[in-house]
Design a protein around this ligand. Sequence first.
Ligand code: MN3
Length: 200
Amino acid sequence: MPFTLPPLPYAENALEPHISARTLSFHYGKHHQGYVTNLNNLIQNTDFEGQSLDQIILATANSLTHGGIFNNAAQHWNHSFYWDSLSPQGGGEPTGALSEQITKDFGSFDAFAQLFKQAATGQFGSGWAWLVMDTDGTLKVTKTPNADLPLAHGQKALLTCDVWEHAYYLDYQNRRPDYVEIFLKNLANWDFASKNFDQR
Ligand code: MN3
């Protein structure tokens, strides 16, 4: 099988009390695994077999005939990126070059955080909130519905928050704003975002 579930970068209970082991167990072991399994089944004996995940995503984005492949490939990409966007030692603010760029493009970290909260809570239904580097090199906060992702728009993802209900419902029920607040305060992995920024 070409695609496999990447190892979680921490134990399933490492994000408690902010995200429970029960949530991570379902989210990683059932939801993410489901996207990987579906993707492998859908690309079997097609031209996509043997292509990289990024190649498959770019080839199927906006496709009328390969929507299922795009959705499962993109969700595999998104979730792999989301696990790294979380850290037991997360939260706070970035430092160094990323911190300077955030101040330059948003005015302040607090202004960025407000935009990120608005994007994450304002995404109607399922989707993702992102910090991205846009095609012109500036940082932007975006939101994408369902499986859609920055890669399909020529943008480089730096950090993401999954706002599908399965990401928070067991712990926060309908209180998505509380989950997003905790994501920024306690979980956001700025070392990972900085690493992505430095690779620009
Ligand atoms: Mn999810």
